[in-house]
Design a protein around this ligand. Structure first.
Ligand code: ADP
Ligand code: MG
Length: 493
């Protein structure tokens, strides 16, 4: 296909206005397999001139050409076709995703299926965008129209590369927007493979442009560009703050899905096996590289020691391995940068708390950015490892004494993305659900995510919601229309 090479090292250009732009002569950057530390792809950098081209292409496609004339039904059909292509190529995409991110292949397969589901969901919503008729006096008619926000600049992270692309593109296209998407520089491969199908499914040129490069340059140029109407960003809180400041100059609409330090709360009366399992799953799935990771495990004092012991016993059996091996439960971290970041938190943690298990590099691997699943116990909620997002397989376990204490600790964080509570007492469960300041609360589970349900955070975890009809709404403007039915002059002057 146009974007990828046949050799071991794939090469990708940028996809702008329906064409592959930037060749070998352009500056490129390397993309790695974090389990071997080898280069698996080279990708052309989108210079600021290329960003400009991409935004202009999206602008033109939004304003003229076939896209504004495409019916909602046809927009929906395009999304279904894209979902079909993803399902047909699921094995390849999952393999590429696992190789590039380091995540276990079995998890990558779920991600790709969820990616297709997301396109299908918004394909179904495309022709269900409706305004309302408003109750104004009898001699008038007033209604609202829903219209696309315009050109969406979309910047995504490396932890669920293709799925994050779907969370951004699917609602935008359903709404009738055009897009300039920038994948994370660590993980552009699957998005570029997908771009290879756009022409075949009939997506008009310029409707989706995919550009690559570093955040500080290519990403920043996209955020600053006056031709962009809205920025949708998923990533770190630090970058979220930079984006809000930059977007302020042109008053772009901004939605942010940022980090978290989500509490996973275990009461003594909760189902024991399910709880121990849920504590580990909540924080170690995807190597802990999850914005909603249950990285603060709050455990009621009565069961605290036994609970930590049981977690440790189970954590010992987590199978670390190569991403493509089917029994692997944890792969390497995505990059050297992330490995260094997590390692530095492990050193900080050793000074702040007690290591129950793990705490360093997984030494059985000669190569690759492998970190041991790590559990810090007896952690004070004021410790840095309890306050700052680590984005790796690092759990902090914090004891609490009763419901009020659990709620106080759970809310004592600048973040508010997610939370979970485990108990058999439904009164207590729902009191906690109401008291916790977070955008997502799970009861007796942690992490299940459905495209039908809203996703997003309170506090410094961002603003706006993705998924469901809420995610679509973020790509729509509301136009108010007033129609005078009374033919007599206003008669004011
Ligand atoms: P991490 O540091 O873990 O990679 P980031 O929040 O830096 O997380 O990255 C998430 C996404 O944001 C990536 O696509 C990255 O390129 C992009 N990004 C990083 N810095 C900026 C920036 N200053 N402006 C726009 N995008 C950025
Ligand atoms: Mg960064």
């Amino acid at each position: 296909m146009a974007g990828s090479g046949k050799n071991d090292v794939r090469s990708y250009r940028n996809f702008i206005n329906g064409q592959w732009v930037g060749g070998t002569a352009d500056e490129t950057f390397p993309v790695y397999d974090p389990s071997t530390e080898e280069v698996i792809a080279r990708v052309a950098v989108a210079s600021s001139a290329s960003v400009d081209r991409a935004v202009n292409a999206a602008r033109t496609a939004f304003e003229t050409g076939p896209w504004p004339q495409t019916t909602p039904q046809d927009r929906g059909r395009l999304l279904f076709k894209l979902a079909d292509k993803i399902r047909q190529n699921a094995a390849l995409l999952a393999e590429l995703e696992a190789r590039n991110t380091g995540k276990p292949i079995v998890e990558a397969e779920y991600d790709i299926a969820d990616t297709a589901t997301c396109f299908e969901y918004y394909g179904g919503l495309a022709n269900k965008i409706m305004g309302q008729v408003l109750p104004v006096p009898a001699n008038a008619l007033s209604f609202t129209m829903k219209e696309p926000v315009g050109v969406a600049g979309q910047i995504i992270p490396w932890n669920y590369p293709l799925m994050m692309a779907a969370w951004k593109l699917a609602p935008a296209l359903a709404a009738g927007c055009t897009c300039v998407l920038k994948p994370a520089e660590q993980t552009p491969i699957t998005a570029m493979e997908m771009a290879g199908w756009f022409e075949e499914i009939g997506l008009p040129p310029g409707v989706v442009n995919i550009i690559n490069g570093m955040g500080e340059t290519t990403g920043a140029a996209l955020v600053a560009h006056p031709g962009v109407d809205k920025i949708a960003f998923t990533g770190s809180a630090a970058v979220g703050k930079i984006i809000v400041k930059s977007a302020a100059d042109t008053l772009k609409r901004v939605t942010l899905e940022l980090g978290g330090k989500s509490p996973n709360i275990f009461f003594a009366d909760a189902d024991w096996e399910a709880s121990v399992d849920g504590a580990l799953f909540g924080v170690f799935i995807n190597q802990g590289e999850v914005c909603s990771a249950g990285s603060r495990i709050l455990v009621e004092k009565k069961i605290y020691s036994k609970f930590v012991e049981a977690m440790v016993e189970k954590a010992k059996r987590i199978k670390l391995g190569a991403p493509l091996e089917r029994d692997t439960k944890m792969g390497p971290l995505v990059s050297k940068e992330q490995y260094d970041r997590v390692s530095s938190y492990l050193e900080i943690g050793k000074k702040e708390a007690r290591v129950a298990i793990g705490g360093g590099r997984a030494k059985q691997f000669g190569k690759g950015y492998y970190v041991e699943p790590t559990i810090f116990c007896d952690v004070n909620n004021n410790a840095r490892i309890a306050r700052e997002e680590i984005f790796g397989p690092v759990a902090t376990v914090i004891p609490f004494d009763g419901e009020a204490d659990a709620i106080r600790i759970a809310n004592d964080t600048p973040y508010g993305l997610a939370a979970a509570v485990w108990t058999r007492d439904i009164y207590k469960a729902f009191r906690v659900v109401k008291a916790v300041r977070a955008g997502i609360v799970w009861v007796n589970h942690m992490q299940p995510t459905y495209v039908e349900a809203p996703w997003g955070g309170y506090k410094q975890s961002g603003f706006g919601r993705e998924l469901g009809p809420w995610g679509l709404e973020e790509y729509l403007e509301t136009k108010q229309v007033f129609v005078n039915l009374d033919e007599t002059p206003i008669g004011w002057y």
